[in-house]
Write a protein that binds this ligand. Structure first.
Ligand code: GAL
Length: 473
């Protein structure tokens, strides 16, 4: 064989080998999905890519996308956002729990402060050790000095397994001012006012409360606010620990008012999700919507022509009035979004980098203006917020006389939460209070047993809301 022939064969073999190798690696390349709850892509330190599981999808994506964009610019770490749609995490929570249980967690994931994180700890292969304890990161980003109360609220037995990125408020009512004027009403201050106003609206053929059944959560959310108004903050926190007696009169009283209000929902409530309900509110298809201030973020990003005003500063050109849910003035029903980082994986270090940035002053200053929430740092200037609602909330937060964790957003173990979510829908559909009281009793019972006489919210000497569950020594 001639040298040139030999050379040609060698070249051919090399080319075939290289092509085969490339094809092989392409086949092995991880399939990344933006929406489906599949396991996160395998990443390596070289490609500097991590996955973040969240439910901030669709019309809720703006704030998180801004944070991720800036983080990547700064660190070179790409964040693959796996957004599992469904407000309040109705789908995402269970997708993340499944990954956790399978020992295949994402680098970081969205969670609420409060006992919700315990649901992940319980299913994780190594329990607490499956998560990075983030106290030292909190210190590095100044949270210990600038947000000690929020940090303590986000602690479980003094340990921090998820760092807060904001403060949302759940006990709000959003009222279409033009519809209110048409009805000839005023902003309701008490539950009685609200019931009277809603009856007036429905007698004129106007749906009163635009709640949404398709993603479930605004229904339980409404029951929760009525319960807060009836029971007050202390009983509300006791509910969170499952130690409220199931025959406490506040549960029945709240349920009756809730059922009365549910009769004023629009006919299409089962097919609406929360963003659809807000669209209808903005369009004047009903009087009001009870929800948290992620609605402020949605209106700010999607309906920039709509003017929102706090109920303390209503001007004639307002479209949407935002007020505390009637009967809960002075209480801040907290929804604190947070990020947790599973430990012991090749992406853990990058996950820590991400949470450090996101929960830090820069991340929070990018996230909160767009999210409708407020930052946890006391030294962040309220002038960064684009809406008067957020600036009003900074004041409301500072002056609140009581803080509670929202039952619909973090204050319950995930399975308990899911059963209440589903049964609140059944309650509205059937009016079967007997079923609902059974669900409440078993929810309280399960909640109590999952605390296991060991855990509590808050830090030593600083239990959340000033309430020490009976098992804390
Ligand atoms: C809450 C969450 C908010 C917002 C809302 C609607 O649970 O804390 O940030 O996402 O659900 O999806």
């Amino acid at each position: 064989m001639k040298t040139s022939q030999l050379l040609a064969i060698v070249v051919l073999v090399v080319v075939v080998g290289v092509v085969a190798y490339i094809l092989g690696t392409m086949q092995q390349a991880p399939q990344v999905t933006q929406t489906a709850p599949t396991p996160p892509a395998q990443t390596t330190a070289q490609v500097k890519k991590i996955s973040f599981y969240t439910w901030w999808a669709g019309l809720e994506r703006f704030a998180i996308d801004a944070v991720i964009g800036n983080f990547t610019k700064k660190t070179g770490i790409q964040v693959e956002k796996t957004a599992v749609p469904g407000g309040a995490g109705v789908n995402a929570k269970f997708a993340i729990l499944a990954l956790m249980q399978a020992g295949n967690p994402p680098a970081a994931f969205q969670v609420h402060c409060g006992p919700e994180i315990l649901s992940y700890i319980y299913v994780a292969p190594k329990g607490e050790a499956s998560f990075v304890e983030l106290s030292s990161v909190a210190k590095e980003i100044d949270m210990t000095t600038q947000a000690p109360d929020v940090l303590s609220a986000c602690s479980l037995n003094g340990k921090v397994y998820a760092l807060p990125v904001n403060i949302h408020r759940a006990n709000l009512i959003f009222i279409n001012k033009q519809v209110l004027d048409k009805i000839g009403g005023s902003v309701p201050k008490s539950l009685d006012d609200l019931v009277a106003l809603c009856n007036k609206a429905t007698s004129m053929g106007i749906p009163c409360l635009l709640q949404a059944g398709a993603d479930q959560f605004t229904i339980l959310h409404l029951w929760e606010q009525v319960f807060l108004a009836v029971a007050g903050p202390q009983k509300f926190i006791i509910f969170t620990y499952g130690t409220l007696p199931p025959d406490d009169p506040s549960l029945r009283q709240a349920t009756e008012v809730f059922l009365t209000l549910s009769k004023t929902f629009p006919a299409n409530w089962p097919s609406l999700d929360w963003t659809g309900a807000v669209a209808d509110l903005v369009a004047g298809k009903g009087l009001a919507h009870v929800d948290g201030d992620w609605v402020v973020g949605l209106i700010y990003n999607v309906y920039p022509q709509v003017k929102m005003c706090p109920y303390t500063a209503v001007t004639p050109d307002c479209n949407i009035i935002v007020a505390p849910f009637p009967g809960t003035q002075g209480i801040y029903n907290l929804v604190i979004d947070a990020v947790a980082v599973p430990a012991g994986s090749p992406t853990t270090q990058m996950g820590i980098e991400f949470v450090k940035y996101f929960a830090g002053p820069e991340g929070q200053s990018i996230f909160n203006p767009l999210k409708g929430s407020i930052a946890v740092y006391k030294n962040i200037d309220p002038a960064i917020y684009p809406t008067p609602i957020q600036r009003w909330e900074v004041e409301e937060y500072r002056n609140a006389k009581a803080y509670v964790f929202s039952l619909t957003h973090g204050a319950l173990f995930s399975d308990v939460w899911q059963s209440l979510l589903q049964q609140s829908i059944v309650l509205v559909q059937t009016g079967r209070t007997d079923l609902w009281y059974n669900t409440l009793a078993s929810a309280l019972n399960t909640e109590r047993s999952l605390w296991k006489d060991t855990w509590y919210m808050g830090a030593p000497g600083k239990p959340f809301g000033g309430y020490q569950p009976p098992w804390v020594k």
